[in-house]
Design a protein around this ligand. Structure first.
Ligand SMILES: Cc1cc2nc3c(=O)[nH]c(=O)nc-3n(C[C@H](O)[C@H](O)[C@H](O)COP(=O)(O)OP(=O)(O)OC[C@H]3O[C@@H](n4cnc5c(N)ncnc54)[C@H](O)[C@@H]3O)c2cc1C
Length: 328
């Protein structure tokens, strides 16, 4: 395996940060393998996304605005990716570890008789093989699986595993031919968008996360949401808060939750257990508000504010709102 192919998942040209993370890392992996990095962009809006991807270290961006991508379930995507992979020969295909990304990856693995590793957080080329690091069993085990270089490899990558780094611009845009239609069995009737307008936790520039120290579900609404709103961010939580049923599990950050890398992470009433730390340690600036000066989170925070969250957070929110008002 030499070349690396990124599947650039998107909706009408709008994509998630993970696509740019993969496009950034693909160049490095391909260089280590002695090959080239490419991206495949499919469906309406492809040209728009392809223009953005030109800023990343890619050799070729294969695209096709084919409307059937939106008209059927995942089968046409798998056809196109298979075609791109066959053109490249034994290659590593990187796919976002999203709901549909995992589905595409499983099907592609069968088509290419490829090795596959899911939910990967690190990809390390290693003397003719590609080693993929992936937490398993809810994070209790960290596995390393090596894909053989002579074969195809399919890997789904967790959002926020890689940094976004634009690089050598000037990737070539190339139309990829529509694979011969096989007649797809499942057509999409209509798309329903849920939760529109809410900032996705993994992509928020600021995350305000709450833990057991908040004592119940209400402070997430009355304390954390106003602070997150003032900062243009999103609310997250520790597992203790999610396990208690105070917030849904999709807000959980950590080893068995989401990995986030905001510019600013504010941990409120969170002790900083290792399983929480692994999901937020790569954040830009970490601020902790905790009534215990000896709380472990102090060891890896840039700023530990010691005191009662119920007094500090409303004051902080007020100050930010005032500062915003004064500046506008
Ligand atoms: C396999 C495994 C996977 C796990 N995965 C995750 C994961 O993905 N994410 C995760 O978060 N955890 C995870 N955990 C759990 C983790 O070990 C901790 O139990 C958990 O993170 C603790 O959550 P917490 O910090 O909210 O609660 P606690 O550890 O109870 O800390 C509460 C903190 O709030 C402070 N506090 C209390 N009252 C106030 C107040 N009024 N104002 C300010 N501060 C206050 C306390 O001083 C304390 O530091 C996992 C555990 C295991 C075994």
């Amino acid at each position: 395996m030499k070349d690396v192919i990124v599947y650039a998942e998107h909706q009408r040209g709008e994509t998630r940060k993970v696509t740019f993370e993969l496009a950034s890392e693909a160049g490095k992996i391909a260089a280590a393998l002695g090959g080239k990095a490419h991206a495949v962009v499919l469906g309406p809006g492809s040209a728009k996304l392809a223009e953005q991807l030109k800023n990343y270290p890619l050799e070729t961006i294969f695209l096709n605005e084919d409307a059937s991508i939106e008209a059927f379930l995942l089968d046409p995507i798998v056809d196109y990716l298979e075609a791109a992979a066959r053109m490249a020969g034994p290659s590593l295909i990187l796919i976002p570890n999203t709901l549909s990304g995992r589905d595409v990856a499983g099907r592609l693995m069968v088509r290419l008789a490829a090795g596959m590793v899911a939910d990967v957080v690190e990809v390390k080329p290693d003397e003719g093989a590609v080693v993929c690091v992936s937490p398993k069993l809810g994070g209790a085990l960290i596995t390393q699986c090596a894909l053989r270089a002579a074969d195809y490899g399919v890997v789904t990558v967790r959002p926020n595993a890689f940094a976004v780094e634009t690089g050598r611009a000037g990737a070539r845009l190339e139309q990829i031919a529509k694979p011969a239609s096989k007649g797809y069995p499942t057509a999409i009737d209509r798309d329903v968008e849920e939760g529109a307008g809410e900032l996705a936790l993994e992509e928020a520039p600021v995350v305000v996360a709450g833990g057991r120290g908040l004592g119940g579900p209400e402070p997430f609404e009355t304390l954390l949401k106003p602070l997150a709103r003032a900062l243009g961010g999103a609310v997250g939580a520790s597992r203790a808060a999610a396990d208690a049923g105070w917030v849904p599990y999709n807000l959980q950050i950590g080893q068995t939750g989401k990995t986030v890398t905001p510019t600013l992470y504010i941990a409120v009433g969170i002790s900083g257990a290792i399983q929480h730390k692994v999901g937020m340690r790569a954040s830009g600036t970490i601020v902790a508000i905790n009534k215990d000066a000896a709380s472990p989170i102090g060891e890896f925070s840039d700023l530990l504010v010691v005191g009662d969250a119920f007094r500090i957070v409303p004051e902080l929110t007020k100050l930010i709102e005032t500062a915003k008002g004064n500046n506008s």
